[in-house]
Design a protein around this ligand. Structure first.
Ligand SMILES: Cc1cc2nc3c(=O)[nH]c(=O)nc-3n(C[C@H](O)[C@H](O)[C@H](O)COP(=O)(O)O)c2cc1C
Length: 328
């Protein structure tokens, strides 16, 4: 399948694996790129810019296909040397960067001087328009269904994607709630040039996380996620568990007086790391999207991507073509 996204990034299928804290390591990104999608390693999973340079090299040892690096620019409990991470990416010869969170504008000169194509992850039409204006080559549009940060507008993909299509000239990738061929066909119909998946790629053989997490996702249904940090205007969609319940309880109790310190103990990223490394699924919060309702197995990335591509051809070529034939 050829779309503006496959052409822009030189990939076989219009399927991207979004940056994922603690998950987006060399094993994950190389498996997706080897299967014909675009794998992305997550910059801040590496504790320092030097470690990121090493992880990029490790990924190169596992695939000769192109892959990208995610740089997430968000408020954090500890300050992050973003410019140093941006320079490590540029110096390593990476040609595709996915930015997320705040505007990538301050880092665009570094990326553009290195010939890097930038995809900015957005949760609103206005942010997508701004990303195009500051020189991004594509945007990834995350609807309210998504894992991680859906923003504060609560607009689901069914509305956000066509609204974005009406306003952008650069290609965009539909994100949030995608897990199978039906989603990819719908995304293309809504004006996107491909899909970005996070949660679905966590439940694959190559995802470098404990099997308990993958099995929890398989067992979950579409109601198994929860929003946290609403009152702090830094909303996160996470897998529903003991800690996410505790956070909601504190949010309810404190109401408008809630401060980040009230939640700090529960929000610590290190707790999420323990979930993924040791498989203690109730130890901390971990991002997951409503698409867990569509995840029923743990295939390899190659099996997953080839299944999606095969079923897209069946849906477009048979089911949808059959419908228009009846109309005619
Ligand atoms: C475990 C996990 C960690 C994530 N961490 C990040 C991150 O560090 N930076 C980022 O831009 N997006 C992050 N995301 C969001 C994904 O890149 C992607 O936008 C999202 O998963 C799409 O929604 P989906 O899960 O419904 O496919 C994360 C998602 C998951 C599931």
């Amino acid at each position: 399948m050829k779309t503006r996204i496959t052409e822009l990034f030189g990939i076989e299928h219009p399927i991207v694996q979004g940056g994922m804290q603690w998950v987006g390591r060399a094993e994950m990104a190389s498996a997706v790129s080897n299967a014909g999608g675009l794998g992305i390693i997550t910059g801040l999973t590496q504790p320092t810019p030097e470690d990121l340079t090493k992880e990029i090299e490790r990924t190169r040892g596992m695939t000769d296909k192109s892959f990208g690096v995610n740089l997430t620019i968000l408020p954090t409990l500890k300050p992050v040397p973003y410019q140093e991470y941006a320079e490590a990416i540029a110096d390593s010869g990476i040609k595709i960067v996915e930015t997320a969170g705040r505007s990538p504008e301050p880092f665009m000169p570094t990326f553009k001087a290195a010939g890097i194509k930038v995809i900015h992850k957005c949760t609103s039409v206005r942010h997508s328009v701004k990303a195009e204006a500051v020189g991004c080559d594509a945007v990834s549009v995350d609807g309210f269904e998504c894992a991680g940060h859906p923003g504060e507008d609560d607009i689901p993909g069914l509305i956000l994607l066509p609204c974005t299509a009406d306003k952008l000239s650069i290609p965009f990738i539909a994100s949030g709630g995608f897990g199978d061929a039906r989603g990819l066909v719908a995304a293309l119909a809504l004006g996107a040039d491909g899909i970005n998946m996070g949660s679905r790629f966590m439940a694959t053989k190559e995802a470098p996380i404990h099997d308990n997490v993958k099995q929890a996702m398989v067992a979950a249904d579409e109601r198994n996620t929860q929003l946290t940090n609403r009152a702090l205007r830094n909303t996160s969609r996470v897998f529903k568990n003991e800690v996410s319940g505790k956070i909601q309880e504190i949010e309810r109790e404190k109401g408008a007086d809630l401060k980040i310190e009230d939640l700090a103990e529960y929000l610590s990223g290190q707790r999420g790391k323990v979930v993924f490394e040791e498989g203690k699924v109730d130890h901390g919060i971990w991002s997951a999207g409503m698409v867990v309702g569509l995840i029923d197995d743990v295939p390899s990335c190659a099996e997953l991507i080839s299944r999606i591509v095969r079923e897209v051809e069946e849906i477009i070529g048979q089911r949808l073509a059959g419908l228009t034939a009846k109309v005619a």
